[in-house]
Design a protein around this ligand. Structure first.
Ligand SMILES: O=c1ccn([C@@H]2O[C@H](COP(=O)(O)OP(=O)(O)O[C@H]3O[C@H](CO)[C@@H](O)[C@H](O)[C@H]3O)[C@@H](O)[C@H]2O)c(=O)[nH]1
Length: 452
């Protein structure tokens, strides 16, 4: 006699930022799709609920994935980039109590079977252990960066002195001969260490993580083979690479075809194949406006067409000026993955957020890497030196640290030249990784994707 499968309930708690909420929602969809008896409650702040509702997200989630809210106890999404350290502190201190109250309320009905908590919520594992609920930690950045941070205690000083293990930074431009640290330059270590408070919290994150039941990575084996192998050797619980957790799944009721409902698709449709450079610097940390200005003027000097997502009001005037004449389009927001997959897009000038990078890889589009902070510093090296699907613009910095308009114009022109040998080689590599990315998606999702 067949017995009905017992219902299972998972509570998911993303870190409150676009680059974390988006992949958490993808992972929740995958969990629900993999287990018909599973329901998921995703905990977000009221502000995040409103942001997701405004984008129509709740209506696109499967019935068994629903949102629940906690009050707005942290600084608003609109201003969080202005004080990164303050935001990290607020998340660390103020979010835990309302999440615990919600969890206890949900438990009155039935104790959740598991919690999926963003790794950056240092309290996530403790909240679960205190209630006897297993916790799976979700890491939404490269496994490569995770592994380097896991070995934080082995990072040598950056002043040239030897660390405990004989490692030392003789020049800021140097990589270290310790495999797990190899993708982090000494200059990156210096920048990261200057973020004293977030780094202190990070040490706590990695200490608590040792008690998690498993760690999920939004990556795939062919992309980060060494780091995934290396991580599985040091982390004392199972780790799973769940594939690029980007929004490749069609919305419910969507045929999976492109929907050209937005005006900008009309503009893209009118451009020659692979001729448009997509420009976006993410949703969180900004580069200085003087640097943005150089990027805009460098693009203006080139003949390259561009599609720029500008959430930064300060840059709007210059951008309007340089886009006059139809060579470029500036929008406040777009459906990024669909834009990257559009046939007229042939390059991506990016801050190298992990989601944007995974989306570029999925679309097979080469990158101009312009990292601003945090894991982006390491992702820039992966893009240019390891995967060889792009150019690291930091290599073109002047003595004052700025990449000037002439260098921007030069680099953009070369990358977008479809007859240039280096550009062609990067496109070949990008096409290979695109196929690997799609295989990873097939494996975890049974083949649903938006851009086939
Ligand atoms: O017009 C836009 C602009 C962005 N996006 C999406 O927003 C997400 C942005 O994510 P990401 O590229 O990771 O950038 P950030 O929002 O800046 O991400 C933060 O979180 C990431 C994951 O932890 C880190 O890798 C980054 O360093 C950190 O800045 C992506 O899915 C984009 O597709 C859009 O849909 N439309």
């Amino acid at each position: 006699m067949a017995t009905a499968a017992a219902a299972r309930h998972v509570v998911a708690v993303p870190y409150p930022g676009r680059g974390h909420v988006n992949p958490m929602l993808v992972v929740c969809r995958l969990l629900a799709a993999a287990d018909a008896a599973l329901s998921v409650t995703v905990v977000v702040t009221e502000e995040w609920h409103a942001l997701l509702a405004a984008a129509g997200v709740p209506g696109t989630l499967p019935d068994r994935v629903r949102l629940a809210t906690i009050p707005n106890v942290i600084p608003s999404e609109r201003v969080r980039g202005a004080d990164f350290a303050g935001f990290v502190e607020a998340v660390h201190i103020k979010m835990v109590a309302p999440v615990e109250r919600l969890l206890d309320r949900l438990s009155l009905e039935r104790k959740p079977d598991a919690i999926v908590a963003d790794t950056f919520l240092a309290w996530g594992v403790g909240v679960g252990s205190a209630r006897g609920i297993p916790v799976c930690s979700l890491w939404t950045q490269p496994a490569t960066f995770f592994l380097a941070l896991w070995h934080l205690d082995r990072w040598p000083p950056v002043d040239g002195h030897q660390g405990e293990e004989g490692l030392s930074c003789r020049s800021l431009d140097q990589y270290l001969p310790f495999p797990a640290l190899a993708p982090v330059k000494c200059s990156d270590m210096k920048t990261l260490r200057s973020m004293v408070l977030p780094m202190k919290r990070l040490a706590q994150v990695f200490s608590n993580l040792r008690k998690a039941q498993c760690v999920l990575f939004t990556s795939f084996y062919e992309l980060e083979t060494g780091a995934i192998d290396g991580t599985s050797q040091v982390v004392p619980c199972p780790i799973y690479a769940v594939g690029p957790s980007i929004p490749y799944m069609p919305l419910e009721g969507d045929s999976g075809e492109f929907h050209h409902e937005e005006d900008y698709f009309g503009w893209l449709d009118a451009q020659p194949r692979s001729s448009v450079l997509y420009v976006s610097f993410g949703t969180h940390v900004s580069m200085p406006s003087s640097q943005l200005e150089e990027v805009a003027l460098g693009l203006h000097e080139s003949t390259v067409r561009f599609f720029w997502v500008a959430r930064d009001r300060a840059s709007t005037a210059t951008l309007e000026q340089i886009s006059a004449g139809g060579k470029g389009l500036v929008v406040p927001w777009c459906d990024q993955l669909k834009v990257l997959c559009h046939p007229s897009v042939g390059g991506f000038l990016s801050h190298c957020g992990w989601n944007s990078t995974l989306e570029a890889v999925f679309a097979g589009v080469p990158m101009l890497a312009f990292p601003v902070a945090w894991d982006q510093l390491v992702i820039g090296h992966l893009v240019a030196d390891e995967w060889k699907i792009g150019v690291d613009l930091r290599e073109r910095r002047r003595e004052d640290g700025v990449v000037g308009r002439a260098a921007i114009c030069d680099t953009v022109t070369k990358l977008m030249d479809l007859t240039d040998d280096d550009s062609l080689e990067m496109r070949r590599r990008a096409a290979e990784l695109r196929e690997a990315s799609r295989r990873a998606v097939q494996e975890v999702s049974g083949g649903q994707n938006c851009c086939s």
